[in-house]
Design a protein around this ligand. Structure first.
Ligand code: ADP
Length: 431
């Protein structure tokens, strides 16, 4: 048995024995019981008071009540649990301080916002990157400090938008990328980093591709011109004729690649201007396109089924829209059997968006390739598709045009059954 409890029981037994002896000697049993009860209960009340006073003073270890028995045990348990609580608090405070120090030392600006987009906390880098005063600006709405429409729409967006690029509020030559993370109950974490270098490299790469394509085009036109003249010469020996024809085909392919790269560069340049353009008579553009593909001299004779909403028109640039449709229809032709049916549809979808859809019953595309189709130079089966004339840039062009128009490309495909490519345009583009 615990020694503290032994002391307590001994104390109780002594009190009882003393009560009985006093009763036997005096024969005043009731008085004996009353006196001993008062002494025993009084002693416990005294200990209780001492304990209560000690807790009130914050339970300092130095002035712990000098007691014995069960009261000593209670004081001991209380002190231990106090100490372990203090240790836990200290540990948690250390962790919090550690994370605070890490967040403060982050090279990216890190800001915590409440549900009203007011700044609750910001690290040191926020001052340098966003011009936020980490003391003065606490409690102020972020959009009062940084006035930028893209940032405002990021703050208002409910999860669907998570990143924007804005010009730096402290240095107009710099560009910042701001990411938003939602956590806890209506708390927002914003992380801003300087992406000027990446953007400068991107610009440099784009300028290089555009310049190189431009510079290569003229000499290549000359080469393919000469090759065409040679190719049409009937007096060339058969083997030389084959070599010349092969060289001509490759030169023409290179010309196509350069033209596509230049188209992409122009689309990239345009993405910053987002001009609305003119009204496109879509129905007649599609008919012209189909007529261009229905060449009676071509070996491939596909059957086109059209379903066109004559009243649905688009705001944009006819040449770009034509190029988008041409890329999708030419792919349907390239990747399906001769004489196959190709369905072309121009109508509103369930969300009222204007959509141009091309369906074929060709070879289809495996699921794992779908995400990569719009990457530059991506071709599903490079070895096999070398025989099919293409550049791997067509769908990149389609995607760029749609990005500039605020639309999107949807691809549904089943291996061996065919594909449907749908280009959807937003309501703001429909008239
Ligand atoms: P390409 O000039 O090679 O056709 P695209 O960018 O237009 O380049 O297409 C990229 C790749 O996507 C193609 O190489 C092909 O593998 C695949 N693809 C595109 N359209 C279809 C389609 N209708 N059916 C099957 N595969 C397709």
């Amino acid at each position: 048995m615990n020694s503290a409890w032994s002391v307590e029981y001994t104390r109780l037994i002594i009190t009882l024995v003393s009560t009985v002896l006093f009763g036997l000697v005096t024969e005043l049993w009731f008085l004996s019981l009353a006196i001993h009860s008062v002494i025993y209960i009084g002693w416990h009340l005294y200990q209780l008071k001492a304990f209560e006073q000690w807790i009130k003073r914050g339970a300092p270890v130095k002035s712990a009540p000098d007691t014995s028995g069960v009261w000593a045990l209670i004081v001991q348990h209380f002190y231990r649990s106090q100490k372990s609580n203090k240790d836990r608090k200290k540990h948690l405070a250390n962790i919090a301080n550690h994370y605070h120090a890490v967040m403060s030392a982050l090279p990216d600006a890190t800001i915590v916002l409440n549900e009203k987009s007011e700044i609750e906390w910001a690290n040191k880098a926020s001052q340098e990157i966003l011009g936020i005063d980490v003391i003065r600006d606490i409690g102020h709405p972020l959009d009062n400090i940084i006035r930028d429409l893209a940032l405002q729409s990021l703050l208002l967006s409910d999860g669907e938008q998570s990143e924007v690029e804005i010009p730096s509020p402290v240095d107009v030559l710099k560009t910042l990328s701001i990411s938003k993370l939602q956590y806890g109950e209506h708390k927002t974490l914003l992380i801003a980093r300087d992406v000027s270098q990446r953007i400068a490299i991107q610009k440099l790469r784009k300028a290089f591709v555009a310049n190189a394509s431009h510079e290569l085009r003229t000499p290549l036109t000359v080469i393919s011109g000469y090759l065409e003249i040679l190719d049409s010469d009937d007096e060339l020996p058969t083997t030389t004729g084959k070599v010349v024809n092969n060289a001509l085909q490759q030169a023409l392919r290179m010309e196509k690649i350069l033209n596509n790269l230049l188209t992409l560069s122009k689309l990239e340049e345009k993405s910053s201007t987002k001009a609305k353009g003119e009204t496109i008579a879509v129905a007649s553009v599609i008919r012209r396109l189909v007529a261009d593909f229905e060449d009676p001299n071509s070996s491939q004779q596909h059957i086109f089924e059209l379903n066109i909403d004559e009243t649905l028109q688009l705001l944009g640039h006819e040449q770009e829209f034509y190029s988008l449709c041409q890329n999708l229809v030419s792919n349907a032709i390239k990747y399906s059997e001769d004489d196959a049916v190709i369905k072309i549809c121009w109508s509103r979808n369930a969300d009222d968006l204007a959509c141009f859809a091309v369906s074929d019953s060709g070879e289809g595309i495996a699921k794992e390739h779908l995400m990569r189709l719009t990457e530059r130079f991506f071709r599903v089966n490079v070895a096999r598709e070398r025989k099919i004339k293409g550049t791997g840039l067509g769908l990149s062009i389609v995607k760029h045009i749609l990005d500039n128009y605020g639309g999107y490309l949807d691809v549904q495909s089943q291996l061996g059954e065919g594909s449907t490519f749908t280009a959807c345009f937003p309501l703001s583009r429909i008239i």
